[in-house]
Design a protein around this ligand. Structure first.
Ligand code: ATP
Ligand code: MG
Length: 223
């Protein structure tokens, strides 16, 4: 009912991260550009961190749109609480590689073949792991080993780890120093400032069909 009252065509504040509502603050736009260039330049390892609700998953969804447009192959793991083999099965399957019933060795061999074929097509593949602060030490080590899939010039698989600030802390630990060394790019999302929040609300309302005149008619109806 409130949609009709305010003349809106859709809900302006749905919790689901929807790229149509992306509001590019300087930081968000910079993070999106860094992610894109990191992938395009085959940097290998990219880490994006930020507090709860700062737009990390939204950023991931924005990058999916770009990757889809470019026909770049990618896998999105949104729940990394998986044993190693299941993680690899999930990731490879999501990339379109048949994975059912395969052992770890077979999966890695398939993935390698696939990445080389992508390389020959002058393309790449991207593995995006959301909630990466939940990755076990064992899986973090496996993910690091995936960056060994490379040619002399470039990484064949681009890996994007997205997580809460605990991920940064985890990456600082002594037993992950090898992984830390391989990180080519790091971005940090921050909460919106007061001014950004005001604009963000206005933009979401506009994108949901709110019109300037509604402000006036609302004021009039409140008098
Ligand atoms: N820059 C932005 N533009 C538009 N909407 C945003 C922006 N940042 C956050 N949001 C919105 O805030 C909500 C939370 O965003 P999102 O789920 O992406 O956060 P998150 O960082 O992934 O949180 P979590 O750590 O809980 O996974 C979503 O509704 C999302 O659309
Ligand atoms: Mg999220």
């Amino acid at each position: 009912m409130y949609k009709a009252f305010y003349g809106l065509t859709r809900n302006p504040f749905d919790i689901t991260p929807d790229p149509r509502f992306f509001y590019g603050t300087a930081r968000h736009s910079e993070a999106l550009a860094s992610l894109y260039h990191g992938i395009e330049r085959r940097k290998g390892f990219i880490v994006v961190t930020g507090e709860v609700g700062t737009g990390k998953t939204l950023l991931a969804r924005c990058i999916f749109q770009i990757l889809k447009q470019q026909k770049t192959s990618f896998a999105y793991v949104f729940n990394p609480l998986l044993p190693v083999v299941e993680f690899l099965q999930y990731a490879t399957k999501d990339m379109g590689i048949p994975a059912a019933g395969k052992t770890k060795g077979e999966l890695l061999a398939e993935l390698n073949r696939y990445l080389i074929s992508r390389y020959h097509q002058n393309s790449t593949a991207v593995l995006i792991v959301d909630e990466a602060h939940l990755l076990t030490w064992e899986l973090l080590e496996e993910v690091r080993l995936l960056t060994n899939l490379e040619t002399a010039q470039q990484k064949l698989l681009q890996i994007v780890l997205i997580g809460q600030p605990e991920l940064d802390e985890k990456l600082e630990s002594q037993n992950l120093r090898q992984l830390k060394q391989r990180i080519a790019l790091r971005c940090r999302l921050e909460p919106l400032s007061f001014e950004e929040t005001q604009k963000y609300i206005a933009v979401r309302l506009l994108l949901s069909g709110a019109k300037e005149r509604n402000k006036k008619s609302r004021r009039a109806s409140l008098r």
